[in-house]
Design a protein around this ligand. Structure first.
Ligand code: 13P
Ligand code: SF4
Length: 320
């Protein structure tokens, strides 16, 4: 719909909604300081949620922030495994996930019992789990990794055989970077799986000269045509440091907002068949306000699982 197609009534309604956002944001910021809370926001979140963040970042950056914050309350605007990881690192803090249904379908593709069975089938392999897993899966893994450090962690692991859980695309990317045997789980991200080489080629035809920045959750054939393969925060660095002025962004389309903020003089294009993660869009400003007012819904992890899972996360953080 263009502006010409929107009636005056609609424009007034849109103005009202924008004003509402502003009013809610002001209330959020007020109650946030009363609660001594910190708001951690993933790069794919709605722009108005990113705008109230104390820290916006990728999974690695957000975990580091959760580990070092001195706040009493962490409001995690992202998906469930991210809030779980924050709780594992900071169990004495209240960790709020404003929308409890915000899960990650890829994380749900691996369960701990199956991982234990796979460990038995591959006794020589070290188990490296992507942070997009449940706490229970982390508890039966040797190392955790994120999209920002997967090849480095797998290289540093003291084994030349890796069982990589749960993302087959990130696993294939790791295998392409290292001289190690990588046995990949068969999980995938439904949002990134929708991105095809045809999408990229169509976008390149429309924007010749643009560079392609892709997330390593994309299929191998997509990564093969990308100029940069990066975590979401790595994409921000690539966009700022590259001499290119135009980029095709092969990841969840929420990334266009932080990219445009980081490099306002550059142009970013999402793909023709816009990839959107519905779970990342469930968190709204009103839900953040509600969470701060009620200190619910909280994410916790049973202590025995937390302690075992934390080892895998801390081994990752210790490797830098
Ligand atoms: P990043 O750690 O790169 O932000 O990725 C998280 C994620 O869920 C991507 O789909
Ligand atoms: Fe999970 Fe994919 Fe959504 Fe990231 S984009 S949270 S991997 S479903």
């Amino acid at each position: 719909m263009t502006h010409h197609e929107i009636g005056v009534g609609h424009l007034e309604l849109i103005d009202e909604l924008l004003l509402d956002d502003q009013a809610i944001a002001e209330q959020v910021l007020k109650i946030k300081s009363e609660r001594n809370a910190v708001i951690l926001v993933h790069n794919y979140q709605r722009p108005e949620v990113q705008a109230i963040a104390d820290f916006t970042g990728d999974s690695l950056g957000l975990s580091r922030e959760a580990a070092r914050t001195e706040a009493d309350v962490i409001v995690f605007c992202g998906v469930h495994f991210m809030a779980e990881t924050a709780y594992m690192l900071s169990p004495h803090k209240v960790v709020l996930l404003p929308e409890m249904r915000a899960s990650c379908p890829m994380a749900d593709m691996a369960d701990a019992v199956d991982v234990i069975r796979a460990r038995e089938e591959h006794p020589r392999a070290a188990v490296v789990s992507y942070v997009n897993t449940s706490a229970a899966v982390k508890a039966v893994s040797d190392y955790c990794c994120t999209s920002a450090n997967a090849p480095q962690i797998c290289q540093a692991v003291d084994s030349d055989e890796i069982l990589f859980v749960p993302d087959r695309n990130l696993g294939a990317f790791v295998a392409s970077q290292l001289d190690k045997k990588v046995i990949s789980w068969n999980g995938f991200c439904p949002t990134h799986e929708r991105i095809t080489v045809e999408n990229i080629m169509r976008a390149l035809e429309q924007h010749p000269g643009a560079e392609v920045i892709a997330h390593p959750e994309c299929r191998p054939e997509v990564l093969a045509v990308a100029h940069h393969v990066r975590s979401t925060s790595g994409m921000l660095n690539a966009a700022v440091t590259s001499p290119a002025r135009e980029f095709i962004v092969a990841t969840e389309s929420g990334m266009i907002y932080p990219l445009s903020q980081a490099a306002p003089e550059k142009i970013f294009h999402t793909l023709p068949d816009e990839p959107i993660c519905p779970n990342m869009k469930l968190t709204t400003l009103s839900k953040v306000l509600w969470a701060l007012q009620t200190l619910e819904p909280r994410v916790t992890v049973p202590e025995d699982i937390r302690v075992r899972g934390l080892q895998a996360v801390e081994r990752m953080l210790a490797l830098g």
